[in-house]
Design a binder for this molecule. Structure first.
Ligand SMILES: [Zn+2]
Ligand SMILES: [Zn+2]
Length: 571
């Protein structure tokens, strides 16, 4: 580690920390994706250099008003970006590459990924006006690269998107297998099966640590195969011969798009894509030789000319996203596509925790119109892309690491994963949290040696802001409690020149609650009048008295304390 990074790492959350990085050691640091599912950002440190693996986003929930996209706070690595030798992306899911377009300008490092991932990334960078700016190095499947003291080999896996990869990261302090997102599917339909042979060979060489996917560590058995889903979808569409069928799935699941197309063709139906992200993935897939045997999808415009029994629609919006194709169709707000009584909507997806209400709202709208719903609860029309327990066992049998490092999960998933690794006779397990700098090797037990700055950033309109700052706390309070602004015009000696003006937003009806507002004005006047002469000459004390009076009034009448700002003008 360089001089500057030593100083800065030492000056982390725990300033008394005696941590001094050793040149020969190998460190692991998650800044995102540990203790949570989403926004992965992992770093490996060795010989003064850092290698980043994945740079993803999460989506904001109801507790973050006005926000859409959130991502890890990259300050730690931004401060030492001259030592960042590269970003290696495992696959094209948003939680692994979605933050590149926002954070790369602060990092300015080479980016490595396989061809399909590169296509998806280029499309995103283009939309952000960063075309040709980011140096993207395409690595073939099974290929390798050298970045500083790290030699990285891509190992093909299976997952719910084309070209998922594990990484074998070799250093002079040992080899790490970073699994990325994976599952074992004997019949993945797109791409090859996971490269068991290569994983075993790497295991034979000796592996220091396996840093791996914990998403389904609580799920017994196996996740199941995409081939089963294809058969179920084919059977299902056959049961609705005379109506329009719409299928909603994750846009990035190219094998699923192919399955739906095959199922549709079996019943002599054409397939249309409805939703921009589906077209973006379709283009990236076809540009890289996927979907070769699937006829070109119809546009939503062309779909309008086909009789309902000749058509299957693939729609975005399986999570109830408000602007998605399915949400607009459900709300009768789509410019081209309508569904009617008797038609069927198939959810070939799972509910991501946090989206249940949005999905429920949309499904209620559909059912109210007499549209039938089919979900993965009733039919085998979805499989997860992450390893269940028996698949994790298989991975440990192949790779045989000295240390298990469960990531990509909430605490409960990580802990279950660590316990399973112990059952698999893995000698050492360590459950990381974001911001914990962990020494993996070359020797000794894995241990946390420092805590560095970590946190979350949010895209707020066009700006990136820290999520835990005062502004966002104020915004949440305004959403929950309303806001008010008081204007006072006073003489220098503290006498009111006119009656206080009070404006209230989001808490009262200005007309119906007019009397209430007059009470507030009186309360402010009395509060100011009740101050001593010297206090009335002091701006801070006047403002605070007025603020408290407003909040007290509304607390008494409404049980609410609005965010209150006081403007004081002296004349
Ligand atoms: Zn993921
Ligand atoms: Zn993934």
């Amino acid at each position: 580690m360089t001089q500057s990074s030593q100083a800065a790492a030492g000056a982390s959350k725990s300033p008394a920390d005696p941590f001094v990085p050793e040149d020969d050691a190998l460190y692991f640091l998650a800044l995102g994706g540990s203790g949570e599912i989403g926004m992965n950002l992992n770093l490996y440190g060795h010989r003064g250099k850092w290698l980043m693996v994945d740079l993803g986003i999460s989506f904001a929930d109801d507790t973050m008003p006005g926000l859409d996209v959130i991502m890890p706070d990259p300050s730690f690595i931004v401060e030492r970006r001259e030592d960042l030798v590269g970003l290696v992306v495992t696959h094209a899911h948003e939680d692994h590459l979605g933050a590149v377009q926002y954070l790369w300008p602060e990092l300015r490092c080479p980016v490595y990924c396989t061809p399909f991932t590169a296509s998806v990334l280029r499309a995103k960078l283009h939309e952000r006006g960063l075309s040709g700016v980011v140096p993207i190095h395409e690595i073939p499947l099974g290929g390798s690269l050298e970045a500083g003291p790290f030699a990285v080999e891509y190992v093909t896996m299976t997952h719910s998107i084309p070209e998922p990869n594990a990484l074998a990261i070799r250093t002079s302090a040992g080899t790490v297998v970073h699994t990325g997102d994976w599952k074992l599917d004997p019949d993945p339909l797109i791409g090859t099966v996971a490269d068991e042979k290569r994983l075993r060979e790497i295991g034979d060489e000796g592996v220091l640590a396996l840093v791996g996917d914990s998403t389904n560590a609580l799920v017994p058995g196996w996740t199941g195969s995409e081939a089963t889903v294809r058969a179920s979808l084919t059977d299902l569409i056959g049961r609705y011969p005379n109506v329009r069928v719409a299928v909603s799935c994750f846009a990035t699941n190219v094998a699923r798009l192919e399955s739906i197309a095959v199922a549709a063709a079996a019943h002599d139906r054409h397939v249309a894509l409805v939703g921009r992200s589906l077209w973006r993935i379709n283009d990236a897939a076809r540009a890289n030789g996927y979907l070769k045997d699937v006829p070109k999808f119809l546009s939503e415009h062309d779909a309008g000319y086909l009789p309902r029994e000749k058509l299957v629609l693939i729609c975005t919006g399986s999570q109830g996203e408000p602007r998605s194709a399915l949400a607009r169709i459900a709300g009768n707000d789509h410019p081209q596509i309508t569904l009617s009584r008797g038609d069927v909507v198939v959810f070939s997806s799972r509910e991501i925790p946090g989206n249940e209400r949005a999905i429920g709202r949309m499904q209620n709208q559909l059912v109210t119109q007499g549209i039938e719903l089919v979900t993965a609860d009733e039919e085998a029309i979805h499989v997860s892309g992450h390893p269940a327990r028996d698949e994790l066992v298989r991975m440990y049998q192949w790779v045989r690491p000295r240390i298990a490092v469960p990531v990509h999960g909430e605490q409960r998933h990580q802990q279950a994963h660590a316990a399973l690794a112990q059952d698999c006779q893995i000698p050492d397990q360590i459950v990381p949290a974001n911001g914990e700098l962990i020494r993996l090797g070359p020797d000794g037990p894995a241990r946390v040696v420092a805590h560095v700055r970590s946190g979350r950033m949010a895209l707020d309109g066009k700006r990136l802001i820290p999520l835990d700052n005062g502004m966002m706390r104020t915004r949440s309070r305004m959403v929950n409690n309303g806001a008010s602004v008081v204007t006072l015009v006073m003489t220098a000696r503290g006498e009111l020149v006119t009656a206080p003006q009070v404006a209230v937003m989001g808490l009262i009806d200005e007309v119906a609650d007019r009397d209430m507002l007059l009470d507030v004005v009186d309360a402010v006047r009395e509060a100011v009048a009740g101050l001593s002469k010297t206090a009335r000459a002091d701006d801070a004390q006047v403002k605070e008295a007025a603020r408290i009076a407003v909040r007290r009034c509304f607390n008494a009448s409404h049980g609410k304390k609005p965010v209150t700002d006081v403007h004081l003008v002296r004349v």
